[in-house]
Design a protein around this ligand. Structure first.
Ligand SMILES: Nc1ncnc2c1ncn2[C@@H]1O[C@H](COP(=O)(O)OP(=O)(O)OP(=O)(O)O)[C@@H](O)[C@H]1O
Length: 312
């Protein structure tokens, strides 16, 4: 070997390892954006299967959507998921699990952003301002981290004008003003279609069929009436659906008595207490169930379980 070449190689290697270890060290203390980091699909699946109760369809579609998207080195557009269902059925909860699997700090991460319509965009007269702020916010954050996650809660209460502001980012553009949005993930949550999803679940129940036998295709037609063709739905107005900018519609089924009980048990464990079946039953029985005669589904899903448990 020629001494000069060897010297250069050693120099380059030490600079490189120095750089790498510096970066690794830095990322131990500060949060780093690692958009290229592969998704641990089995960890996500396990998380959903263990923590999310009664939502076999949502679990299946979310794992499939995220695995496909994160395995694709060159996606043509950002991933857009639209989660639909009754209150308290786990839409926010799932977003939190997804966020944690993408960025370890989850909702607290600098690369995960949650917007709540009634909180962040409450006044119709300020739509123009919201549009500008939101566009600037998304542009700034995707420039800083390509794999940023944006969650929009209460999408059905969001003014279509605000949705219009984000539409360009969801499209198939390679870049907009030098920024590529193709690795970002947008998650929309709404109650739209929840009543129709419930009706399908109820039809299955009344026909003596198992909840787990409900398939995506049983709900696609239902969602298309409730959300796609419903002119009062913000999603329809915005043209997001017409332009095929939503990749996956994910239905959340209404929760039954047994699922509410599972939520109570999970909450007790999370609080570090032993599971007391007596308390589990009492909390579950305090919830209200519908329809009036059959009383199958919890009105609020698992939503008030935590506060009710405080009384025991
Ligand atoms: N399917 C579920 N499995 C396990 N826990 C659940 C489920 N659904 C709800 N929960 C529990 O109830 C809490 C409230 O649910 P969540 O906020 O996710 O409901 P949501 O569907 O987003 O409701 P909304 O439409 O009213 O915003 C969650 O933080 C979680 O603890």
């Amino acid at each position: 070997f020629e001494p000069i070449t060897v010297g250069i190689a050693i120099g380059a290697a030490s600079v490189l390892t120095g750089y790498l270890s510096y970066k690794d060290l830095y990322c131990r203390f500060a949060e780093c954006c690692r958009s290229e980091r592969p998704l641990n699909a089995s960890a996500l699946k396990q998380d959903l299967e263990e923590k999310l109760f009664g939502q076999h369809l949502a679990t299946e579609v979310i794992v499939k959507a995220l695995t496909g998207f994160k395995n694709n080195k060159n996606p043509k557009k950002p991933l857009t998921l639209s989660l639909h269902g009754w209150a308290g059925t786990g839409k926010n909860f799932v977003s939190q699990i997804v966020a944690e699997n993408l960025h370890p700090k989850g909702l607290k991460s600098n690369f995960v952003h949650l917007f709540v319509s009634t909180l962040h965009f409450p006044h119709e007269q300020h739509i123009k301002l919201y549009q500008d702020q939101l566009q600037r916010w998304i542009r700034g954050n995707v420039s800083a981290c390509a794999g940023s996650v944006f969650i929009f809660d209460e999408m059905d209460k969001l003014h279509p004008g605000v949705i219009d502001a984000i539409k360009p980012f969801l499209d198939y553009y390679e870049q907009i003003d030098g920024v590529s949005y193709r690795k970002a993930i947008f998650i929309f949550l709404s109650n739209a279609g929840g009543d129709l999803i419930t009706k399908t679940a109820l039809d299955f129940w009344r026909a003596g069929r198992k909840r787990e036998d409900i398939q995506l295709k049983d709900l696609e037609a239902v969602l298309s009436v409730g959300v796609f063709n419903n002119k009062h739905s913000g999603l329809w107005h915005s043209g997001l659906i017409d332009r095929n900018l939503i990749d996956y519609f994910i239905p959340f089924l209404p929760l039954e008595y047994r699922h509410v009980k599972m939520c109570v048990r999970a909450e007790m464990k999370a609080r570090g207490s032993a599971v007391d079946e007596d308390v589990v039953t009492r909390v579950a029985e305090e919830m209200t169930f519908f329809p009036k005669d059959e009383k199958i589904y919890s009105d609020k899903g698992c939503k008030t379980v935590q506060s009710r448990l405080d009384f025991y």
